[in-house]
Design a protein around this ligand. Structure first.
Ligand code: NAP
Length: 339
C-alpha cells in the first residue's frame, strides 16, 4: 500500500509564513468508494490567496486551522476508478490540497485533455488564474482600443495574462513588478508599452506620468499599497478599476492603511469594483475556450515557475509571497513526467 504524505498547518503564521508553519503527516493512501477515483498528484498550485486561508480568520472561505490539511488546487493522474466517466491514466484537475494521494468523487474533478494543452495549464493560464485575468479585465475594466491600462503585479500569473489580453484588445499597457528581470520580461517578451520596478523606482507618480501621458483609463490592481496610491490620482474621468488582489497587505501585522481615495473616485466618476473569480464560474467554459484559442494562435504566452518535489510546497508558498516567481508558481511531484 502506498504512503500518503500530507502537509498540515503546524502554526498560524505571524507576518511572512515560515516553512516550519507546516508539518508533514503520513498515512496510508485512501481507498475509493463507489463513484470515486484514486488520484496521484502530479502538480500542486501555489497561490497568494493561501496566505489568507492560514491567517486563522474567515475571509471569503473558512480558515485552515492548525492540524488541518493545507488546501489548494492540484492536477493528478487517475490510478483507480470506480466510475465510468474516468479511467486509469486520465488526468484531472480539482481541489484536494497538499497531499500526494487523494480520493475524490469522479464528478467532482475536471477531466483534462493533454492534447489540448499541457495539464499544468489547468492550474494557470487555463485555470483559476487565467479566468481571473480574463473576466476581471474584460468584464470589470472593459478596456477599449487605445486606452491606457495599468497592471500592478504584472509579471505574476494573473498579471502576465491580464497584460497580454489588454494588448490583444488594443490597449497601451503599463506594468509594475519587483525585479529588473521581470521588467525585461514584460517589455521584451510580452510587448508591454512600459514597465517599472516598484522596488528600485523612488517616485512612482513621476514614473507613471512619464509612461501614461494621457492618464490612466483602466487599472487592474493585484497589489494595492503605494502603487495604488500613485495610480488613483492619475485616473481619467470614467476610469474603471478592477480590484483583484492586495498582496502588499497579506503579511501585514498591523492595521492596513487605506489610501484616501474616495474623493478622487467621486470627481473622476471612476468605477471601482472588487471581485472573486468564482463569480464567473458559470462562464469558465467561455474563458477557457477563448484563452485556449489565443494560446493556439500564439497570441498568448505563459511562464511556469516549477519547484520539484512534494517537500518544496511551503518554500514555494513563501516564494510566491516574496516574488520569487515569474508567471505561475507550481510544485511538480517527483514521480511525474511532464504532462
Ligand atoms: P503571482 O502574481 O503569480 O505571485 C504574487 C506576486 O506578487 C509575487 O510574484 C510578487 O512579485 C508580488 N508581490 C509580493 N509582495 C508584493 C508587494 N508587497 N507589493 C507588490 N507586489 C508584491 O500571484 P497570482 O496568483 O497571479 O495572484 C496575483 C494577485 O491576484 C494576488 O493579489 C492574488 O491574491 C489575486 N487573485 C485574486 C483572485 C480573485 O478572485 N479576486 C483570484 C486569483 C488571484 P514582485 O516581484 O512583482 O513583487
Amino acid at each position: 500500500m502506498s504512503v500518503n504524505r500530507q502537509f498540515r498547518l503546524a502554526a498560524v503564521p505571524k507576518g511572512m509564513p515560515k516553512e516550519s508553519d507546516f508539518c508533514i503527516a503520513e498515512g496510508p493512501a485512501p481507498t475509493p468508494g463507489t463513484g470515486e477515483v484514486l488520484l496521484r498528484t502530479a502538480f500542486w498550485s501555489v497561490d497568494p490567496y493561501m496566505r489568507g486561508r492560514i491567517s486563522g480568520v474567515r475571509t471569503y472561505a473558512d480558515p485552515v486551522l492548525v492540524g488541518d490539511l493545507m488546501v489548494g488546487g492540484a492536477v493528478g493522474h487517475v490510478v483507480q476508478s470506480n466510475d465510468e466517466t474516468l479511467k486509469p491514466g486520465d488526468f484531472v484537475a480539482g481541489y484536494w490540497g497538499w497531499q500526494e494521494w487523494a480520493v475524490s468523487k469522479a464528478r467532482g474533478v475536471q477531466k483534462l485533455d493533454p492534447r489540448f494543452a499541457p495539464v499544468s495549464t489547468a492550474l494557470g493560464i487555463l485555470g483559476m488564474p487565467g479566468m481571473t485575468a480574463y473576466f476581471g479585465l474584460l468584464d470589470i475594466c472593459a478596456p477599449k482600443p487605445g486606452e491606457t491600462v495599468v497592471v500592478s503585479g504584472a509579471a505574476g500569473a494573473v498579471g502576465s495574462y491580464v497584460c497580454q489580453i489588454a494588448k490583444i484588445k488594443g490597449g497601451r499597457v503599463i506594468g509594475t513588478a519587483g525585479t529588473d528581470a521581470k521588467i525585461d520580461y514584460l517589455k521584451k517578451d510580452l510587448g508591454l508599452d512600459g514597465a517599472f520596478s516598484y522596488k528600485t523606482t523612488t517616485d512612482y507618480t513621476a514614473k507613471l506620468k512619464e509612461l501614461c501621458p494621457g492618464g490612466i483609463d483602466c487599472y487592474f490592481d493585484n497589489t494595492g499599497g503605494p502603487i495604488s496610491d500613485a495610480v488613483f490620482p492619475l485616473l481619467n474621468t470614467f476610469a474603471r478599476v478592477s480590484v483583484c488582489g492586495q498582496i502588499s497587505h497579506y503579511n501585514a501585522t498591523g492595521p492596513e492603511l487605506g489610501p484616501p481615495l474616495l474623493g478622487l473616485i467621486l470627481v473622476k466618476q471612476a468605477r471601482v469594483e472588487g471581485f472573486i473569480v468564482t463569480r464567473f464560474v458559470d462562464r469558465f467554459p467561455e474563458g477557457v475556450a477563448q484563452m485556449g484559442q489565443w494560446l493556439k494562435e500564439g497570441r498568448l504566452r505563459y511562464r511556469e515557475d516549477i519547484m520539484r518535489g512534494f517537500e518544496a510546497l511551503p518554500k514555494a508558498l513563501v516564494g510566491v509571497l516574496e516574488g520569487a516567481n515569474t508567471g505561475k508558481m507550481l510544485v511538480q511531484a517527483d514521480w511525474m513526467p511532464t504532462g
